[in-house]
Design a protein. Structure first.
Length: 191
């Protein structure tokens, strides 16, 4: 390969079932490997997943947690923390192969820049309508909605607040309940 050219990877280059506990993602063919999340991250993910499951599953949607591949092109493969899929036809044995309704990323020190930068931009370009960012540092959820080829914030809730999303009638999330009995993540080392 000529010097200075980087080979673009595809889905077939990724390990079929990683055994190292890490997440392997591709953004425009470039590999990103992240460590396993910490216990605060996983507890918040589970609690939010349960609430989303209660709301969306009875409406015929599917809620999945990581690790589940979202394969939006041969060179764009993501493993978000939580995914809400609108139609079951979008799910194959490999993963989710069309833009899901909602992608949720829970920020951690090792993923924060990519989640707020590269991934956010690429999710919008690839047609994901709703992108939610959960930030353990300030115990908040910010819900973004696609506007053209980018996102605009739609609603935000912090700590003791309730999240009521205008696009989803009667969906209310008690943000404080996501973090009850957990140590302050700012004092904890997170991955």
């Amino acid at each position: 390969m000529p010097h200075g050219l980087e080979r673009k990877l595809t889905y077939s280059d990724l390990p079929e079932e990683p055994t190292d506990g890490k997440r392997y993602e591709l953004i425009r063919g470039r590999l990103f490997v992240n460590p396993s999340p910490n216990t605060i991250h996983q507890t918040v993910s589970m609690r939010l997943s349960v609430r989303l499951y209660e709301y969306f599953e009875i409406r015929g949607h599917r809620v999945l947690q990581a690790p589940t591949d979202i394969i939006l092109s041969p060179r764009d493969v993501f493993v978000p923390d939580i995914v809400v899929v609108e139609t079951l036809d979008d799910i194959t044995v490999r993963g989710i192969e069309r833009p899901p309704l909602i992608v949720v990323e829970i920020l951690s020190p090792s993923t924060r820049c990519d989640d707020l930068g590269k991934k956010k931009k690429r999710y919008a370009e690839l047609g994901i309508l709703h992108y939610w960012i959960v930030d353990p540092a300030d115990r908040s959820i910010t819900c973004h909605q696609r506007a053209g080829r980018s996102y605009r914030p739609r609603v935000r809730a912090v700590s003791e607040g309730l999240l009521t999303h205008p696009a989803f009638e009667s969906l209310t999330i008690d943000v404080e309940a996501l973090w009850c009995d957990l140590p302050d993540s700012a004092q904890s080392s997170a991955s």
